[in-house]
Write a protein of this length. Sequence first.
Length: 160
Amino acid sequence: MTVHYPFHEKQYLGRDYNFISIRLVMAVFCLVAYYVTENRDRNGDLLLLVGCGILLLSVVMLFMLHYRTVVNNKSVILDGLWTTRLVKIDLNSITKVEKVPYSKYFLNNPVYNLHRNGTIKFYAGGKDAVKLTDRDGLVYIIGTQKQSELYNAIVEAQAS
């Protein structure tokens, strides 16, 4: 039996295009350096091993779930990797919901439940985010690939 949520999104750790391209450039560099190396002794073999390791790690990271976002029963539930805690944001305490860009920077590291300067951030990839402000002034910034859908689901859940 499948459960239907107003909003459900999975964010994967290795699917951010910027970091995919960085890993691929490093792997190609290692493989080209291996090909160009004249003496393929231990150093050349190490370049081949590192290049193949980077490619293998990239493939594994494509399927590694960073966190999932669910809007259900007047709450936003963020569930992360194996060692992270479940974060449940009660929508009854939320006073303001906004669509915002996640950051002004081009490269952003994936974060889960990062507390900094009164802001709690969740991010895996993309440029868009939804900003939630609660009664106490605490700000939640949730990075998402589906900004409009998350925003509409939160507004509808608050209204019901």
